[in-house]
Every structure is written in structure tokens, then in C-alpha cells.
Design a protein around this ligand. Structure first.
Ligand SMILES: C[S@@+](CC[C@H](N)C(=O)[O-])C[C@H]1O[C@@H](n2cnc3c(N)ncnc32)[C@H](O)[C@@H]1O
Length: 535
């Protein structure tokens, strides 16, 4: 929704409240009146998130008709850019949704049925106004946003301003709405489970660290104490020394190996220099050992971690849900947007419109563990390579393994570069020419580690059973997908591979909401494939 032309030469008046009809649609929306905005759509009752609240048929104008007439009329405040340069006027309630910087309704242009579908993006209370997002370049002073004018002038934030909104195939998608929503506010703020744009099908089980190879460690300073009676003195000294920090709270202070007692002094990351110790008989010089980076969540993980250093055991409460912050949700929305773009491009090049993306992890802990200085994007290349196994997921797994395992590869940008730098890496042709690596160099790569441990994989379509199994073997941390594949999916539809009995690894599965075939907004993204395709 946006005025197509800034130079409209008529006066638009906000209709007076006496003109508001008594109207209630079957989803519980009514027309009301707001002094600043004119007519508006309100919730007559509580509405669940992801509810389709209105489907408006549209009246279409040809581009000539619109250019010659429509744009000089009040229609210019109400029309949406449709296909082939046509303009659409939403009938029903569709034309009465006002604009908000924090919309609670997303909309999808349905070119097959010539209609626009409006869906709530969050829980809406009775009496609340329902608003959509018109774009950043507004032609009026928005009542609920002081920043809107500044944005339209100064900020190219990916919406591409109004013209982008109007371009064919670039309609405001559900993802754009979500990105705009989570870009606002404090990135540290937690997001309620029900407000997340996705559903977590399978949470990471606490046995994710059950393998010894998955234990993440870091160096720490320790010292041996010759006599047991001196450990208490050392602990008292430590408290006063300033070496102890909260980040050590998952580690016990003393390790006993046979008769040998060792005291944990400090994490090397927090105390780069050799600590100066008190003058105590039999105390060794400080030396470094590897200690676990995190608390032990399971008994098995505790056993493994204790082989490095005695660790605190803190199992999660049953059904405890991992918390998501606004920043992390934004990270996920942007990663998904990237993968949708890649799939759409692939489709336009004659490939199946399926793509995968492994971004640099959001959490610092995962960043450290994964040591992935590059984000990886792959598309399905079965068509161009005439190879049945060139699925997007397999191409990504292959690309990351090749990149990490190659002993000869040296990033063209030195690893010591202080700021993140984008460079391109050529990958072996066997993965298909479409695998690209957007490399942001932050750290030296880990040449020995070819798995996807600690990494999140985003994919447009639910992976097939083969790919779901490959992801399991690759030890991926979590898989996000947009389109469920009811006939072929191995992450919840036909079967749930990581939940099968006997598998030696489990990963989280996260499914985007409202993306069902023929119903959800993903349907309008140009990436739909036959349901019996293995994605
Ligand atoms: C599609 S119409 C929405 C319905 C309109 N309020 C009416 O009464 O017909 C778009 C117009 O509504 C008004 N409008 C929409 N959102 C607004 C907002 N946040 N603040 C002020 N006016 C708004 C602007 O005048 C805009 O040109």
C-alpha cells in the first residue's frame, strides 16, 4: 500500500466519523474512526497470532488506465502495485488498514485469485487497531511514527523505498514485515514464545554435548598446591585477588587427581598475563590447561567435561525453552530472507527454486565454537549438473566441508584484518557453480573441523529424508525451514530423522509460521515446488 506518485494534484480529506458504517467482518474486524488517521480497522474481539483476518478481492486497473486517470485521483492513496504494471484497489476492508511502523498485520498479494490476504502477526486485543506497513516512504505524516519522514529521506534499509515496493515480484513479503518489526527496539529484549515468527518443532535435547568431540574448551591458568591445608588459603586469596569472575562460575575451583591438587586461577581470555601468586610453600608456578567453556547439561556431558576440569552440573528443567531475543529473531529473519532470494534467483535461472544458507552464528559462544568466518549459500543444482544428489543442503554441507578441510586454502584477506571483510572463495566445481561464499573474516579457520557443529542451517524447503540424514551426520545444531514438504520432508512431515531411535545426534527443527502451501505468505515468494519433490 502506497501512494504511487508524489505529485498528486488533488486534496485528500480524512473522511468524517459520521461516514463510518456499522460493519463487522466474520473474523471480528470492525470499521472505526481515528481523528489523526480517518477510518481505521479495529479488532472487535481478541485475535490469535497468524490469523487470516481478511481476504479482499481487488479491482485491477491497467497501467495506461492508471497512468492517465487513476493516479490523479484519490485512488492514489489506496492502490497496490500489481503484476504487469497494473494497479489494484482492495475491496472489502483491505483499503482501510492504516499504516504503522510496528504493524500487527502482514499481507500477501495473491495473483492467482486477484485478492489480498491479511494475516495477524501477533496476538491482538479487543479494541486494538489493525495496521499494515506501507513502506518507508510515506506521503503523509504518520500519526504513530516520528521517524517515518527521516527514514524516507535518509535510509536505504533494504526496502528499496517506495519503488521497490511497487516492483513486480518485490511485493512486501511476510519476511520484510518481520524484519521491520524485529529491527525496532532493544536487541537484548526477550521475545515471547507465542510472538516468535516460527515454531520450534523439536528442541535441542540436552544430550547435544554427549560426545567428547563436542565439548568446547578454552585455556585457563591453574597452579598445583603441594599441601591440602593450603587450598583454603589459596581460595581465600583468590576471592580477594580479583582474578575470579562470573564467567568461571561453571567451573569448580579445585581439581584432585590422585594426591595432586590443582587450583583454578583465571580464564586466560580474561587474564592474558601470567598471574602473580602469593608466597605459599609448595605452590607451583601458574600454567595453562584447557577447561570446558560451558556448564554440563547432562550426566554424559559432565563425565566428558570432568576429564578436562571439574565442571558444574546444571540440567535444564524439563521442557525448559531456550530464550530468544529480538536481535536473534532478526538474525534468523535476515538469514531466511537471504535464502529465499537465492532460491528465487535459482528458479529464474532454470534450477529448482530451493536454497540453503549457513550464516555466521548469532551467539558469541556458537561463533567461538564454530569458527566459521564465512557465511555459505548454496542452491539446488540438480538441473544444471544433471546430478540427482546436488540438493541444496548437500551442496552446502559439501562446500563447508571442502572449505574447512582443505589444508591448502588461505583466505585472500589476512585473518588478522580487524574489521569484517567480504571476499569470495571459489569452491570446487563438483558442488555446482552456484555455491557462493560470502566471507566475513573474523578468525583463522579451523582446518581440521569439517562438520557443521554449532551451526544453524536455513533452507527454503523442508529437507528430504536423505538431506535430513546428511544434516544429522554433519552434526548441524539446528535447521530452519520455510515450506513444509508433506510428501517428502524428513524434518517432521513424512518422518523426523533426528528424532528416530538409534541416531547418534539430534538437532533442533524450526519451522516458519504461516507458510503452508496455498495459504501462507511463502506461497507468494515464487519458490513453490511440487509436493512430491525431494528438497
Ligand atoms: C489506504 S488509506 C487508509 C484508510 C484511511 N484512513 C481512510 O479513512 O480512508 C491511506 C490513508 O490513510 C491515512 N493514514 C494511514 N495511516 C496513517 C497513519 N499512521 N497516520 C496518519 N494517517 C494515516 C493517510 O491519509 C493515508 O493517505
Amino acid at each position: 500500500m502506497a501512494a504511487a506518485h508524489a505529485e498528486t494534484n488533488y486534496t485528500f480529506r480524512i473522511p468524517p466519523c459520521s461516514r463510518v458504517p456499522d460493519h463487522l467482518n466474520s473474523s471480528g474486524l470492525r470499521i472505526g474512526y481515528s481523528v489523526e488517521k480517518g477510518r481505521a480497522v479495529y479488532a472487535a474481539r481478541f485475535l490469535e497470532p497468524q490469523t487470516v483476518v481478511e481476504i479482499s478481492p481487488v479491482l485491477l486497473f491497467t497501467s495506461t488506465e492508471y497512468e492517465e486517470h487513476g493516479r490523479y485521483t484519490v485512488l492514489d492513496h489506496y492502490t497496490f502495485r500489481w503484476r504487469d504494471g497494473r494497479m489494484a484497489l482492495a475491496l472489502g476492508l483491505g483499503s482501510l488498514f492504516n499504516h504503522s511502523q510496528n504493524p500487527n498485520v502482514s499481507y500477501t498479494l495473491d495473483h492467482d485469485t486477484d485478492s489480498i490476504r491479511y494475516t495477524t502477526t501477533r496476538r491482538i486485543e479487543e479494541g486494538e487497531e489493525l495496521c499494515i506497513f506501507y513502506g518507508h516512504k510515506l506521503w503523509f505524516d504518520a500519526a504513530d511514527s516520528v521517524d517515518a519522514g527521516t527514514l524516507s529521506e535518509d535510509l536505504d534499509d533494504g526496502w528499496g523505498r517506495l519503488t521497490r515496493v511497487h516492483n513486480l515480484g518485490d511485493e512486501i513479503s511476510g519476511l520484510d514485515i518481520q524484519i521491520a518489526k524485529y529491527a525496532e527496539g532493544n536487541p537484548q529484549d526477550p521475545v515471547e514464545e507465542e510472538d516468535l515468527p516460527f515454531t520450534r518443532i523439536k528442541l535441542l535435547r540436552d544430550d547435544d554435548e554427549d560426545e567428547l568431540s563436542a565439548v568446547r574448551t578454552q585455556p585457563a591458568w591453574v597452579a598445583d598446591v603441594a599441601e591440602a591445608r593450603h587450598t583454603a588459603t589459596m581460595l581465600q586469596w583468590l576471592k580477594k585477588s580479583g582474578l575470579e569472575t562470573l564467567t568461571m562460575s561453571h567451573l569448580k575451583r579445585i581439581r584432585k587427581q590422585g594426591q595432586k591438587l590443582t587450583v583454578l586461577l583465571a580464564l586466560t581470555s580474561e587474564c592474558p598475563h601470567v598471574p602473580v601468586l602469593p608466597d605459599l610453600p609448595g605452590l607451583s608456578d601458574p600454567y595453562e590447561v584447557e577447561v570446558p567453556s560451558t556448564v554440563a547439561l547432562t550426566q554424559m556431558s559432565l563425565k566428558h567435561k570432568n576429564t578436562f576440569w571439574p565442571t558444574v552440573y546444571a540440567p535444564r528443567r524439563k521442557d525448559e525453552v531456550e530464550e530468544w531475543t529480538r536481535g536473534r529473531v532478526l538474525w534468523a529473519c535476515e538469514a531466511l530472507k537471504r535464502v529465499v532470494q537465492e532460491a528465487r534467483d535459482a528458479g529464474q535461472c532454470g534450477e529448482l527454486p530451493i536454497a540453503t544458507h549457513v550464516p555466521i552464528p548469532y551467539e558469541e559462544e556458537d561463533k567461538d565454537a564454530a569458527q566459521l568466518p564465512a557465511s555459505f549459500v548454496s542452491r539446488d543444482t540438480r538441473t544444471s549438473t544433471s546430478h540427482p544428489l546436488r540438493h541444496a543442503v548437500l551442496n552446502t554441507i559439501r562446500a563447508i566441508a571442502d572449505y574447512r578441510a582443505s589444508p591448502t586454502y588461505t583466505p585472500s584477506t589476512p585473518a588478522a584484518t580487524p574489521a569484517a571483510t567480504s571476499v569470495s572463495i571459489s569452491l570446487p566445481a563438483t558442488t555446482g557453480s552456484s555455491t557462493s561464499v560470502a566471507m566475513e573474516v573474523h578468525a583463522p579457520r579451523n582446518g581440521a573441523h569439517y562438520l557443521l557443529t554449532s551451526l544453524s542451517l536455513f533452507t527454503t524447503h523442508e529437507p528430504c529424508i536423505m538431506c535430513s540424514m546428511a544434516l544429522l551426520h554433519s552434526r548441524v545444531k539446528e535447521v530452519f525451514y520455510l515450506v513444509p514438504m508433506s510428501d517428502t520432508g524428513g524434518c517432521g512431515s513424512v518422518t523426523c530423522v533426528p528424532a528416530l531411535k538409534g541416531v547418534n545426534h539430534r538437532y533442533n527443527i524450526v519451522r516458519w509460521k504461516d507458510c503452508d502451501r496455498d495459504r501462507g505468505w511463502a506461497d507468494g515468494e515464487g519458490i513453490m515446488i511440487a509436493e512430491d519433490t525431494d528438497a
